[in-house]
Design a binder for this molecule. Sequence first.
Ligand code: E4P
Length: 225
Amino acid sequence: MIYMLDTANLKQIERAFDLYPMAGVTTNPSIIAKEKTDFLSHLKEIRRIIGEDSLLHAQSLGRKAEDIVEEALYMQENVGGNFYVKIPVIPEGIKAMKMLNKKGVKITATAIFTAEQAHIASVSGAEFVAPYVNRLDNMGANGVQVVEHIVTLFKEHQLDTKVLAASFKNVQQVLHVALAGGHSVTVTAEIMDNLLKHPMTDWSVDQFVQDWENVYGEGKLVHQL
Ligand code: E4P
């Protein structure tokens, strides 16, 4: 399973790409709007930070297929690199996916709440589908189960589309998506940190350092002895 960062915050992206095995960045219009900057130059800056090969997902606006297609082509041309256009699974979005698929544009179907939506997006040419785990959980539904159903559908029907589970609020949801066979997740910077955090790990490291320094001196590393 690969990890992506669900943010447009440049500092968070820089830090996470420096520390963690990040495969890419996902954004949506709400995430970009939070940064209150020029949309295109912001995406270009994200591209500069993460490099040409990392996946960058940005959402097409518009409710008509033709508008969605135009936005997608414009963004792909201007942002470049390993670019994915996110398209919501509304009927006009599905039409846009079919059109963009023919043009060789890579598609992530988004705003997915059912396995049926994911299946239709897949046969319309989406490379990724993004089910919203926490938004499902918040409605009293079961986000992880929807991911499980999508993974099973894709396996049973030999579809190459990958699940990019999104909308997480805690590490438990991420774990269960991984156990369900999700191919990728996109998480906030905070959840990415929390996936590694454990007080016993910190305690153990402190203990190692203390035991070492008691004998070899404060701040001493092996190569400095
Ligand atoms: C990513 O594709 C989604 O837009 C995002 O994860 C939604 O997350 P939220 O439910 O926390 O807004």
